[in-house]
Design a protein around this ligand. Sequence first.
Ligand SMILES: NC(=O)c1ccc[n+]([C@@H]2O[C@H](COP(=O)([O-])OP(=O)(O)OC[C@H]3O[C@@H](n4cnc5c(N)ncnc54)[C@H](OP(=O)(O)O)[C@@H]3O)[C@@H](O)[C@H]2O)c1
Length: 281
Amino acid sequence: MTKVALITGASSGFGLLTSVTLARRGWRVLATMRDLNRRGKLEESARVAGVLDRIEFLSLDVTNAEQIAELAATIAARPDPLDAVVNNAGFAMAGFAEDITDAELRQQFETNFFGVAAVTRAFLPQLRRQGAGHVVIISSITGRMGFPGVGSYVASKFALEGWAESLRLEMKPLGIQVVLVEPGSFETDIWSRNAILSAQTQDANSPNAARIARLLSSRESGKLKANPQVVADGIAAILDDPRPRLRYVFGWDAHLGLALKRLLPSRLLEWLLIKVSGIGA
Ligand SMILES: NC(=O)c1ccc[n+]([C@@H]2O[C@H](COP(=O)([O-])OP(=O)(O)OC[C@H]3O[C@@H](n4cnc5c(N)ncnc54)[C@H](OP(=O)(O)O)[C@@H]3O)[C@@H](O)[C@H]2O)c1
């Protein structure tokens, strides 16, 4: 029987590539996106790969509770099972913690944390009835260690990690597999089109203006542009595994970061992160 996966944020990056990758492997993909007018890139990639007929485009903003409930009801009413939910939609808010307002912090959590929780919760009843299914949550290396200038994003991913780790224990006895995917830096739209720089951080009078400028320029010069297809292939392999692990790390920089965190004394690690990011006073 054809397997069915629902993916959030499928208009670009990992979501787009995972949609095409799964479709190539014979899955039927419910590719959801907050703006269906942005489906062109996925449509074209799917057409080129010869899998357009296996992809259904559906509207879903993960911060819209009504839309989530409607979509879950629509999918549940269909005769096909739902084999996987891939919580991929997310964005990054950049700026020093001192400059980020409550509203901006909440905005970050609305998508990256509450959006994932709401979408997952909406589809769990169906997975529970089936007694099977995978819930994949795209976290990040920033869900395992802090980095300067992206504290809001880091916090949202740390929150996801704790939530997913607990959810996994609750769902395992029901046959539902909960998995965290933790990529390092990959070439997607996350730090270009979709990055949001907090308002005060853009203010030249911010006490952190010079430091954030150095941080952004060190990011620019040290950009690690890994191929995001690696993550899409990894997600497809996780979905094929009936007993996946809790965590999967992707990218050499993510593996290196975690190794340094494990091996270096914390003072040395902190010195290194401050030095590399150029934010020394
Ligand atoms: N790329 C990396 O280096 C990296 C590393 C670690 C983790 N991640 C994580 O990977 C996931 C995917 O990001 P990406 O790197 O593929 O970046 P991306 O190319 O910017 O894709 C993000 C996707 O999320 C969608 N999105 C944002 N807010 C949404 C909302 N409220 N409702 C529905 N969709 C929404 C975007 O839709 P629009 O097209 O409408 O903007 C876009 O399709 C994110 O969770 C991100 O945190 C990325």
